[in-house]
Design a protein around this ligand. Structure first.
Ligand code: NAP
Length: 409
């Protein structure tokens, strides 16, 4: 009996990993172009399958019968082959989105909800909002009367849901709207889960608005699909368990701190311990530019270097499951801070100024220079970091401290 996921481009899919944590059935990825769909739907070897962009409506049409939820939404994301060979379609995204909203403490009853995007996921969110008693549901689309030029008419929105791909990998750091336009917001739900924090969610966090990414929805819809595949109920506690496992494997560890505090050395040791790749933003700059950092400073000055550094932070921050060592001044820029935080936990390596290495570092020529740099950066390091670790002369002691800190976050 074979199960799996149907879609067009699936290389970044987390579904095989999630289904492996949910059951023991074989689960494969089926990348198909549209002309291949009839043969796929007719393949009797397939006992059941999930469907993702862009085939949820085609799968709906191919089913012989559908659940009431799938019928109301007009799309299916889960199909099972019944004993007589016919196809039954359901929409477990509905359950997934409800789980996500519940986790964020969102109640729709009596609320005005703004849903960005008018595609398949938006239709599912609209049905949930109706079922849960929302007072007003506005679908914001690039066309029609509720387009992005008329957002000022909806300043009173209580809940905002992003059901567009804006901000999704590889177009990280793009946000579909500026949340400051909506002073009444009590929740922001973003269906995207790569990156773990989209630019929209970073804005929500900065404004202290409760928010949630789409990972819980992805895991919860998979759990409900697995129940349909196997016919056995699965405890809902599995959702938290799997979300934690996936977040722990996907998230980056970002090391920040004064120049010469040991970020590159600790990053290498951490990478070895955690079996991860290291991205060192200074090395990325030197590799891309072909000159050393002192040469870049000498020839073109600090502003030029900082622009290269922002490009390196954006590239590194997009990746997942990596250790990122940053230059000491990388966190001075708000854009760099957002780029690095979108997929990771930030650890500040704190070391006595007199013990900092100064070789090959254009800005840390003497102790006075270091003290002056430290005064301007100290506050940013401390408020931006998720954890602060004192650097030990023994790199392995520091590494162990970092690992126990990230496990506790
Ligand atoms: P879809 O059917 O392609 O619809 C996306 C909608 O977003 C479009 O209909 C469009 O609406 C809008 N849109 C597309 N490109 C845009 C752009 N550049 N700027 C502004 N708006 C744009 O996709 P979907 O299946 O609804 O999925 C939407 C998002 O939800 C995706 O990011 C997907 O990954 C995510 N999702 C997550 C889960 C999960 O389990 N977490 C499940 C399903 C989907 P207008 O034409 O009306 O503007």
């Amino acid at each position: 009996m074979q199960y799996g996921l149907l879609g067009r481009k699936l290389s970044h899919s987390l579904s095989p990993q999630i289904h492996a944590l949910l059951g023991t059935y074989p689960y494969a990825l089926f990348e198909r172009e549209e002309p291949a769909l009839p043969a796929f739907f007719g393949d009797k070897q397939l006992a059941g399958f999930n469907v993702t962009i862009p085939y949820k409506t085609q799968a709906y049409a191919a089913c012989d019968a559908r659940s009431e939820t799938a019928t109301r939404i007009g799309a299916v994301n889960t199909v099972i082959r019944r004993p007589d060979g016919t196809l039954f379609g359901d929409n477990t995204d509905y359950f997934g989105f409800c789980q996500m909203a519940d986790r964020c403490g969102v109640t729709f009853q009596g609320k005005k909800v703004l849903i960005l995007g008018s595609g398949g996921a938006s239709r599912m969110v609209q049905v949930v909002c109706k079922d849960r008693g929302a007072r007003e549901i506005i679908v914001v689309s690039r066309s029609g009367k509720n387009d992005y030029g008329h957002l000022h008419l909806h300043r009173d929105a209580d809940i905002l849901v992003n059901a567009t791909p804006v901000g999704m990998y590889p177009n990280n750091l793009e946000a579909p709207v500026d949340l400051q336009q909506f002073p009444n917001l009590c929740a922001v739900l973003d269906l995207i889960y790569n990156p773990l924090r989209t630019a929209l969610l970073l804005q929500a966090e900065a404004l202290k608005i409760p928010c949630c990414n789409g990972l819980r929805m992805l895991v919860a819809q998979a759990l409900r699909s697995a129940e349909l595949f196997t016919g056995h109920p699965i405890a809902l506690t599995k959702i938290d368990e799997i979300c934690q496992t996936i977040e722990a494997t996907q998230r980056n560890v970002i090391l920040i701190g004064m120049p010469g505090c040991g970020k590159s050395t600790v990053a290498k040791a951490l990478a070895e311990q955690l079996h991860r790749r290291v991205l060192d933003t200074d090395t990325m700059i030197e590799d891309a530019d072909g000159r050393t950092i002192p040469q870049i400073f000498e020839a073109q000055g600090e502003a030029f270097f900082r622009a290269l550094e922002t490009a390196a932070c954006e590239e590194a921050g997009k990746q997942q499951s990596v250790i990122i060592a940053t230059g000491g001044g990388a966190v001075l820029s708000e854009r760099n801070r957002a780029a690095l935080k979108q997929n990771g936990v930030v650890i500040y390596l704190k070391k006595e100024l007199t013990a900092l290495a100064t070789d090959g570092r254009p800005l840390s020529k003497d102790i006075e220079a270091l003290q002056s740099i430290y005064q301007t950066r100290k506050g940013i390091y401390e408020t931006y970091a998720d954890g602060i670790i004192p650097v030990d002369p023994d790199v392995f002691v520091t590494t162990e401290r970092v690992i126990s800190c990230i496990c506790s976050l």
